[in-house]
Design a protein around this ligand. Structure first.
Ligand SMILES: *Cc1c(COP(=O)(O)O)cnc(C)c1O
Ligand code: SF4
Length: 333
């Protein structure tokens, strides 16, 4: 485990780091240097004593992955797509991570035979249309191993779409090297979903890494976790979403935070998220609008939880529809 005693970065709390992995890439260490503890970037990566407070409904498996895991490393919740947790490692551990009890030192390494078993599972299930590499962070694998997994998936005839969810371009842009880029060049369509939460994460090296990934031919999408004190503000979200679209990254999901252990200090009420989404709808291009989703505990999957725009049917057979200001109008159905 890395040591956080570098100049300008507060010493990590040992009790917290005994419970949850802590790590900073050299790049992130530089970026966080001299930022205050309540800065939107510091909050995401520097351990906090509040992580030791386990809330009533919090869980080591907040979205119920376990009950949908037919083979170790696979989560198969929806018929047409599977998650492949190809590694339990990340270059940096986000303090709000929904898999914090399964990643880093809390996770277990997969043996090569277990990767084989995961790929066999995909090959044997003809209804699987899409494979989603996740983890941990798939880009913490070497380019050679990542390339081998993607090639083997590509060769499965019924599998048509490859998807990768990663935070590496944001937290360790130097790791987006030629060998990993080569791994991403596949014949089948590859969607690259980058996890990014604040415009300050989009520094020059990060922009370079995102461009390089786009140049492999990957379709670029983003996912953002709504986090108290980080991005629970309409101006902050607007700046992030506009930057992303300018970088040719299409915002995909805005996640309501999951009930991971020791993350209550990051959560806002759903009403706050809905109001943010409603104001974005009125202010910002449709290209910049992510879908606000919640993953229902127990493995029931993700659903949109944005504000309801459709109301009841009136006596006269009209339907009530709300605009982005929350004003109601009639739609004759
Ligand atoms: C989030 C998730 C997916 C991907 O869902 P999309 O809505 O297609 O982005 C797939 N499988 C599992 C188990 C998931 O949790
Ligand atoms: S990069 Fe993703 S998996 Fe890794 S610690 Fe952050 S949120 Fe968790």
């Amino acid at each position: 485990m890395d040591n956080a005693c570098a100049a300008g970065i507060p010493e990590a709390d040992e009790q917290v780091t005994a419970e949850y992995s802590f790590r900073l890439s050299p790049y992130l260490r530089g970026l966080l240097r001299d930022r205050p503890a309540d800065d939107p970037l510091s909050r995401q990566f520097i351990p906090d004593r509040r992580e030791l407070e386990a809330g009533l409904h919090e869980s080591p498996d907040p979205i119920g992955d376990e009950s949908f895991s037919p083979v170790r490393g696979i989560v198969h919740r929806y018929p047409d797509r599977v998650l492949l947790k190809v590694t339990h490692l990340c270059p940096v551990y986000c303090r709000f991570c929904f898999r914090r009890d399964m990643v880093g030192s809390n996770g277990m390494a997969l043996h090569p035979e277990e990767i084989d078993a995961m790929l066999d599972y995909v090959a044997r299930q003809p209804q699987i249309w899409e494979a989603i590499l996740t983890g941990g962070d798939p880009l913490s694998l070497s380019g050679r191993r990542l390339g081998e997994i993607l090639r083997r998936l590509s060769s499965i005839e019924h599998l048509e779409i490859l998807r990768i969810h990663s935070r590496v371009p944001i937290v360790d842009p130097a790791a987006v090297n030629e060998s990993r880029l080569a791994a991403l060049r596949q014949d089948k369509p590859l969607y690259f979903v980058v996890h990014v939460n604040h415009a300050d994460e989009l520094t020059e090296p990060v922009v370079g890494a995102l461009r390089a990934i786009a140049e492999t031919g990957a379709v670029m999408l983003s996912q953002t976790v709504l986090l108290k004190g980080v991005n629970d503000d309409v101006a902050v979200l607007e700046r992030l979403l506009r930057r992303l679209v300018r970088l040719k990254v299409r915002p995909y999901y805005l996640h309501h935070p999951d009930l991971a252990r020791g993350t209550a200090h990051f959560r806002v009420p759903i009403e706050v998220g809905q109001e943010l989404v409603r104001s974005l709808r009125g202010k910002v291009s449709g290209l910049c609008q992510p879908t606000y989703v919640l993953d229902i505990p127990g493995g029931h999957g993700k659903v949109p939880v944005g504000p309801a725009y459709i109301g009841d049917r009136t006596d006269g057979g009209l339907r009530e529809v709300a605009d982005h200001r929350g004003h109601w109008h009639c739609y004759p159905e």
